[in-house]
Design a protein around this ligand. Structure first.
Ligand SMILES: CSC[C@H]1O[C@H](OP(=O)(O)O)[C@H](O)[C@@H]1O
Length: 353
C-alpha cells in the first residue's frame, strides 16, 4: 500500500497530519475551507500539489454540504473561498493556478441562464475532485520522463541521487514529483542509492522523505543539509533531483530553503541538477524568481522541535524557500510533458496547452 496523504469521498475529506510523522500516523477530517486553510497554514499538509488538492477538496466538501440559491451567488461564494485558500501560503503557485482554473469554469457557467444552481454546483464539485486522480497520472508521466532523460543523457544505471525536502506521496496525491522519478528508477531496477537531506527546520527530509523511502524499501541514506557538497564529492552522485513550488517564465525555480546552495555545489561538481514539477507549478505570469514572494515562517520552527528548545533565544531569519536561477538547473525541468531546458519551458508548456 502506498502512502496516502489525502483520503477523499464526496462530502468527506481526511488528511494525514504530517506534523506528527514519522512517530504517529493520524488522519483528521476537514469539513470546509476554514479547516483547509488552517491545515495548509500550519503545514499539517504541505507540498505544492498537495496544498492545491487539499484546498480544492475542502471547498468541494463545503459545497457538498451547502445549499445554493443561484448560480451568481454560487460564483461569488467560490471566488471568495478560492482567494481565501490561496492566502494560506504565498510562494507555491499550484493553489493559485487551481483557483484561476475553477474561477474560469464558474464564470462560464454563470453566463446566461443555462444552468440551475444545484447543477452548476455539482459540475464545480466534479471539477475540484478531478484534481486528485489527475495528479497521480501526472506524476507517473513525469517520473518516466525524468528517469529516461537522466539515463539517456547523463548516467548509466545504477544511478545515485541527491534529493532535498519531500516531493513524494506526502507532497502530492501520490507517487510524487522528484520522488516520482526516484520511484520510477526503482521500479525499473535502475536506481543505486538515494541521499536525502534532513531539510531543516521543518525536517521534511528526515521525517517525511526518509519515511517514504523506507516504506518503499529504497536504498537510501539521510544526510545533513550541510553535507550535500561533501556527498557530491565522496559518493559518486549522478544527479540532483528536487521539486519546486513555483517556476517562473524565465525558468527560475522557487523551492525549499537550501535548494539554491545545493544547485551551486552541483554546478561546481558538474552534476546535473533537475527540477521536477507538474505544469500547475509553472507560473508564466511571474517573469523571474526576483518577483516571487518568499514565505517567512515562525522563529519557533527553527528554535524548537516538538516543543524542545534547540537554540538560544536569538532573533531568527526563517525563509521557507529560496530561488534557484535557471542557469543552475543544468539537467532540466522535468514535467508531465517532457524534460525541458529552463529557457524553453514557457514555450514548450504553452505548446501543450
Ligand atoms: C512536490 S512539491 C514539494 C515542494 O514543497 C515543499 O515545500 P513545503 O514542504 O514547505 O510545502 C518543498 O519546497 C518541495 O520541493
Amino acid at each position: 500500500m502506498t502512502l496516502q496523504a489525502i483520503r477523499y469521498s464526496r462530502g468527506c475529506l481526511e488528511i494525514l497530519d504530517q506534523l506528527l510523522l514519522p512517530d504517529e500516523t493520524k488522519y483528521f477530517s476537514l469539513h470546509d475551507t476554514k479547516d483547509g486553510w488552517s491545515a495548509i497554514k500550519k503545514m499539517q499538509v504541505r507540498g505544492a500539489p498537495a496544498i492545491a488538492i487539499v484546498g480544492c477538496l475542502s471547498l468541494a466538501v463545503e459545497l457538498t454540504n451547502s445549499d445554493v440559491e443561484s448560480v451568481s451567488s454560487l460564483k461569488e461564494l467560490i471566488e471568495n473561498k478560492l482567494d481565501y485558500l490561496v492566502s494560506a501560503r504565498p510562494t507555491a503557485s499550484n493553489m493559485a493556478e487551481a483557483a484561476s482554473r475553477i474561477k474560469a469554469v464558474i464564470r462560464q457557467l454563470a453566463k446566461g441562464d443555462d444552468y440551475k444552481a444545484e447543477d452548476a454546483k455539482l459540475m464545480i464539485i466534479k471539477e475540484l475532485e478531478g484534481m486528485l486522480e489527475e495528479d497521480i497520472n501526472i506524476n507517473k508521466n513525469l517520473g518516466k520522463y525524468g528517469a529516461e532523460h537522466l539515463l539517456g543523457t547523463y548516467a548509466k544505471p545504477p544511478v545515485n541521487i541527491i534529493t532535498h525536502c519531500n516531493t513524494g506521496s506526502l507532497a502530492t496525491a501520490g507517487y510524487g514529483t522528484a520522488l516520482g522519478v526516484i520511484r520510477y528508477l526503482q521500479e525499473n531496477e535502475k536506481l543505486g542509492h538515494v541521499y536525502c537531506t534532513e531539510t531543516r527546520p521543518y525536517n521534511q527530509g528526515a521525517r517525511l522523505t526518509a519515511y517514504e523511502l523506507l516504506h518503499e524499501n529504497i536504498d537510501a541514506s539521510l544526510i545533513c543539509d550541510s553535507a550535500a557538497a561533501a556527498c557530491m564529492k565522496e559518493k559518486n552522485i549522478h544527479a540532483v533531483i528536487v521539486g519546486a513550488d513555483r517556476v517562473t517564465a524565465n525558468g527560475d525555480a522557487a523551492n525549499k530553503i537550501g535548494t539554491c546552495q545545493i544547485a551551486i555545489a552541483a554546478k561546481y561538481y558538474n552534476i546535473p541538477f533537475y527540477v521536477a514539477c507538474p505544469r500547475s507549478t509553472f507560473d508564466p505570469s511571474t517573469q523571474s524568481g526576483e518577483d516571487i514572494i518568499i514565505e517567512q515562517r515562525p522563529h519557533a520552527e527553527m528554535t524548537s522541535i516538538k516543543g524542545i528548545k534547540i537554540a538560544a533565544d536569538i532573533n531568527c531569519w526563517n525563509p521557507a524557500f529560496d530561488v534557484t536561477p535557471a542557469e543552475l538547473i543544468t539537467g532540466g525541468i522535468i514535467t508531465e510533458y517532457g524534460v525541458f531546458k529552463p529557457h524553453e519551458v514557457k514555450q514548450r508548456l504553452q505548446d501543450k496547452a
